[in-house]
Design a protein around this ligand. Structure first.
Ligand SMILES: [Fe+2]
Length: 230
């Protein structure tokens, strides 16, 4: 099964982005494992920002500043839904007193896991963090707040936490059958077809791309070979 983000339909969100006026990047940075509570920002000093382009290489799609008022009538959001086939949705509020078994569930959300489908969240209110694994395994922290839409690809390891205000209201979108099943990281999960697809189509393709140093070595070798053949 191919990872959806490599499907030609990926051109659709790119077109959508071009239609939007001056897209403002989502906030993302490398996670500093400083031992503080998960809900704190975990930034390095100075902060090490991660670009939207880098997130896209990992298969993560983001949009920001989408109007949340009367979102059912929002044409931009509805266009994204139509193009990507998001045909089921539910509202989830993650805060003490609203989310059943709050402590247990939020601990579970913060365990490293993947899904066999896209994880799609449109943030209606509040702030949270999605942590995703970079090519080399480092955690990248993505701040998701009111007006942000984020799509994580199937097979990508990630985790979620609220920020210190402990409140997030989100629209959860699905393609076809709604499912919140998460597969926590363990050797069996690494062998799941959806994980292998993600590794091969996203992570391995980046590793195969020559680095600048490798490019220089290649250029020098080519030059040397040309000199020999002359
Ligand atoms: Fe998840």
């Amino acid at each position: 099964m191919a990872v959806d983000t490599l499907n030609p339909s990926l051109t659709a969100p790119v077109q959508l982005k071009e239609e939007a006026k001056k897209p403002i990047p989502i906030n993302a940075w490398y996670y500093n494992a400083n031992g503080e509570a998960p809900c704190t920002p975990h930034k390095y000093t100075p902060n090490q920002e991660v670009s939207t382009e880098h997130l896209e290489k990992l298969g993560v799609l983001t949009w920001t500043h989408i109007e949340t008022e009367d979102f059912e009538k929002n044409q931009f959001l509805n266009k994204i839904k139509a193009v990507r086939g998001y045909n089921y949705e539910e509202v989830l509020t993650v805060t003490p007193g609203k989310l059943p078994n709050f402590e247990e569930n939020t601990k579970k959300f913060f365990m490293e896991h993947l899904h066999d489908h896209e994880e799609i969240r449109f943030i209606l209110d509040g702030v949270g963090y999605e942590d995703v694994r970079d090519f080399d395994g480092q955690w990248i922290r993505i701040e998701i707040k009111k007006g942000d839409l984020i799509v994580l690809p199937p097979g990508m390891y990630h985790r979620f936490t609220l920020d210190e205000d402990q409140y997030l209201k989100a629209l959860l979108l699905y393609q076809g059958t709604p499912s919140r099943i998460q597969f926590e990281k363990k050797p069996e999960t690494d062998d799941m077809e959806v994980r292998l697809d993600y590794v091969q189509s996203v992570l391995a393709s980046e590793r195969q791309a020559p680095s600048e140093a490798e490019d220089k070595v290649l250029a020098a070798t080519t030059k040397a070979l040309e000199a020999i053949s002359v």
